[in-house]
Design a protein around this ligand. Structure first.
Ligand code: ADP
Ligand code: MG
Length: 324
């Protein structure tokens, strides 16, 4: 007998994620009631994952649940915010129990890891599509914005960008991959880790921040443009993983680090006067971030190799390119 909508919500989504005392009414009533802490601002983000567009058709359901939440948590990390609550709008072709159970488990594990409660949502029938909204907090007037950078600020990135795009290529059979390195790269696409702890700490050091979802060069360019300046990234300074270099070679690895999407790392700028404090308080080796460039007076985002400007056909993954 097929699950009713009520049974489906009750079984898979009530109790999904963390239990929080600030949830006065969660899943089950017409709307959630949430208690907001004094002195904090509410930070809200929402992102949609469409089957076959943002993840390959037939992706592991646990990964779809994880990623739908992770991409939103990453947006909060980029603001320096701490997440608290999530809402889920789920459109499903059919109520398949094993799919739902793995999907909910994937989302719930990540939500619990970051103390996020699922407090509501909507469930509809149609082509697979997952929208998550996350709500979080930041102390008043202390959020990190894209627009706070200035020419002369140093630019950093966390992690090793490019890994997720290679992982996706392996998932789709566009890149051959076997063994430990391939498993690592696939994992970077299937289960990205939103950099929430780093984002919160950066409130005290960074002038601007953005999360890297469309490609490092493109997203650094968005930060620079919002800050009214340009950006230069040094090809030689890009952090690339051993797994990526082993899989595609040094050259292609650095190109993917600049243009590949889906990494959900943080790219941030720091005033020269705050650099010493950043490096002392948040040691780069421990926190996993690397200096990659500088914000500049002249507009635009450029990658420099041996001091010469590199050219790319596209400086990042553009969602609209897939629709032509
Ligand atoms: P209504 O018809 O009043 O919108 P629904 O039947 O859609 O009520 O939802 C009932 C309850 O279940 C609400 O609290 C809603 O927020 C929650 N809910 C529905 N779908 C989901 C979902 N996919 N994940 C989490 N909560 C959900
Ligand atoms: Mg509803």
């Amino acid at each position: 007998m097929p699950l009713s909508e009520f049974e489906l919500i009750d079984r898979f989504f009530r109790g999904c994620g963390a239990k929080r005392t600030d949830v006065r009414v969660g899943v089950g009533d017409d709307a959630a009631i949430l208690e907001c802490p004094a002195g904090m601002e509410l930070v809200a983000a929402m992102d949609t994952l469409v089957d076959g567009v943002h993840f390959p058709h037939g992706s592991p359901p646990g990964s779809v649940g994880h990623r739908a939440l992770a991409v939103n948590l990453s947006d909060l990390a980029a603001m320096g915010a701490r997440p608290a609550w999530a809402l889920l709008a789920l459109t499903l072709p059919a109520a398949e129990e094993s799919w739902l159970s793995e999907f909910a488990a994937g989302m719930s594990a990540l939500a619990r890891a970051h103390d996020v409660a699922l407090v509501g949502g909507d469930t509809t029938c149609g082509p697979l599509c997952v929208t998550v909204q996350v709500l979080g907090h930041v102390p008043r007037s202390s959020a990190l914005l894209r627009s706070g950078g200035r020419a002369g600020d140093a630019l950093f990135v966390s992690g090793t960008p490019g890994d997720a795009s290679a992982g996706l290529a392996i998932e789709q059979g566009r890149l051959p991959g076997a063994g430990e390195a391939a498993a690592y790269l696939r994992e970077r696409f299937l289960h990205p880790a939103p950099r929430l702890a780093l984002g919160e700490c950066l409130r005290l050091y960074a002038s601007a921040c953005i999360d890297v979802s469309d490609g490092l060069l493109a997203d650094a360019g968005k930060l620079a443009r919002a800050s009214g300046c340009g950006v230069e990234i040094a090809y030689e300074m890009l952090p690339v993983s051993q797994a990526l270099v082993g899989g595609v070679g040094e050259e292609r690895a650095r190109e993917l680090a600049l243009t590949g999407g889906d990494d959900y790392e943080l790219c941030f700028s720091v005033r020269p006067a705050h650099l010493a404090r950043l490096l002392a308080d948040l040691p780069p080796q421990r926190w996993g971030y690397t200096r990659i460039g500088t914000l500049t007076e002249s507009a635009g985002a450029q990658a420099l190799r041996g001091g010469a400007v590199m050219n790319f056909s596209t400086s990042g993954y553009d969602h609209f390119l897939t629709l032509t």
